[in-house]
Structures are given as C-alpha cells and as structure tokens.
Design a protein around this ligand. Structure first.
Ligand code: ATP
Length: 226
C-alpha cells in the first residue's frame, strides 16, 4: 500500500468509559487494529483508516478543526465543547453521523439529601461543582435561574461535603455514586449517548469512499446489538 493513499482518521477515547465499547465497535466492523502499543495513531492494517487515541475532551476540537475526519465521543462532551467554542468564536460545526448505543448517561443536578428541593426555582443563587459549566449555564438560562459554578475535572461528587459548592452538576448512570456521597438527583439537564461525529467539510472522494464502506458496517453492528 502506498503511503500517499488517503487514510480516514478517526479519533477515539484512549482509556476510559467509552474506549472499550469503541474498540469493540471498530473490531466488529472488521477493522484490524493493533492497540497494544502506546502510539497516538494506530494503523488499521486491512483498511485505509488510522485511529487517533486521545482524551475524550480533545475529540470534539480535533474533529471541528479537521485534524480528524471522524470522532466517537459522548454527546455531553460534544455539546459542552460546541457551546464553549461558540462563546470563544472558534469553529464549532460538526455533523452527527450516527448515534451509537453505548455510553448512555445523563447530566444531572444533585443536592445533599437534606436539601429541601421545591422545584428548579429553589436552586436559584446556588453554586454547583461541575465539569460542564456551559451545559449548566444553558439550563439555568432556559429555566430563569442564576447559578454559580466551580469547575472540577474529577471527584465532583465530594464538592458539597467539603464546602466547595451547594450541589453538583455531574454525569450519572446508575446513581450509586450519588447515593454513596449522600446526594440526591433533583433534575436531569442533558441525556447522552456516544455518537459518531464528522467534520462538516465535504470529504475528498477517496476518503468518502472509505466512509461509505464503514458506515453501513457501523449501522449493522448497532442494529445487531439492539
Ligand atoms: P477523558 O478523561 O478521556 O478526557 P472523561 O473524563 O469524560 O474523558 P470518562 O469518565 O471515561 O472520561 O467518561 C467518558 C464518557 O463516558 C463521558 O463523557 C460520558 O459520555 C460517558 N459516560 C457514561 N456513563 C458515565 C458515567 N456514569 N459517568 C461518567 N461518564 C459516563
């Protein structure tokens, strides 16, 4: 295979909650890729595709800036990045090519169990620890309340206990982490799954051909899992 042949570049999470399901999906699509080494770019040996393994939060930008043609990322990460980029007047356009049936979770507001929750208005003026300030702000705006936030990239659920915030705005799947930290979920502000996203620019014909082979396979794998 000549090195000048165009290769479709897909960004995926290197390690974390989406990486295993993403790897499985690509494998089931028939892609042969060696992810055992630490290289940033993994070559697919049987198709002109490279897989870039990065932090989840880097994926929206890599796709929106055209560094990668496609990406597999949670809708929560995607929407947060798009809102932030819009605010910063950076490129924020993308196409959601396919919703994937893994990575399901919700972004919720949670308060200490003893908090007297009387509807969304009772959250007015409170401070929330979160990794998703843009999604939190949009929710507050749409609901006519003002909230403050403190940005945390991890261990968000401990913030109220240590006096950092009144509540949290964090991802929930089973609710076990909330319960273990004496918190109760009071409002769901965003529902998420993983998605395959694409840069909005028209792909070069050779790359489009690769995508035309890959997409029906992805959709087939999704259908088989339903
Ligand atoms: P990275 O560390 O790669 O930048 P991250 O901190 O979001 O990203 P993970 O905690 O592995 O990494 O989560 C990846 C994605 O998995 C989330 O953005 C979300 O879309 C999805 N997810 C599904 N269930 C949950 C959950 N219970 N908690 C957190 N994320 C979840």
């Amino acid at each position: 295979m000549s090195t000048s042949e165009p290769r479709l570049r897909i960004a995926m999470q290197k390690s974390g909650r989406l990486s295993e399901d993403t790897q499985k999906l690509l494998k089931r699509c028939g892609l042969k890729l060696n992810l055992s080494d630490r290289r940033l770019l993994a070559h697919v040996s049987n198709m002109p595709i490279d897989v870039m393994r990065v932090r989840s939060s880097d994926i929206p930008g890599l796709v929106m800036d055209g560094v990668c043609d496609l990406g597999i990322v949670g809708d929560n990460t995607l929407e947060e990045a798009a809102l932030e980029r819009e605010l910063m007047e950076q490129k924020f356009a993308y196409i959601k090519t396919t919703a994937l049936n893994f990575g399901g979770c919700r972004l919720s507001l949670a308060m200490p169990e003893e908090f007297d929750y009387q509807g969304i208005k009772s959250l007015d003026g409170l401070r929330f620890a979160t990794t998703y300030p843009q999604l939190l702000n949009r929710f507050a705006r749409n609901n006519g309340i003002n909230v403050d936030f403190c940005l945390l990239k991890g261990s968000v659920e401990v913030a109220p206990r240590v006096g950092l915030s009144d509540g949290i705005c964090d991802l929930v799947s089973t609710g076990a982490t909330l319960e273990a930290n004496g918190l109760k979920e009071v409002a769901v502000i965003f529902k998420s799954t993983a998605s395959l996203i694409q840069n909005p620019a028209v792909l070069a014909p050779a790359k489009q051909k690769i995508l035309d082979t890959l997409l029906p396979r992805i959709q087939g794998v999704m259908k088989a899992k339903e």
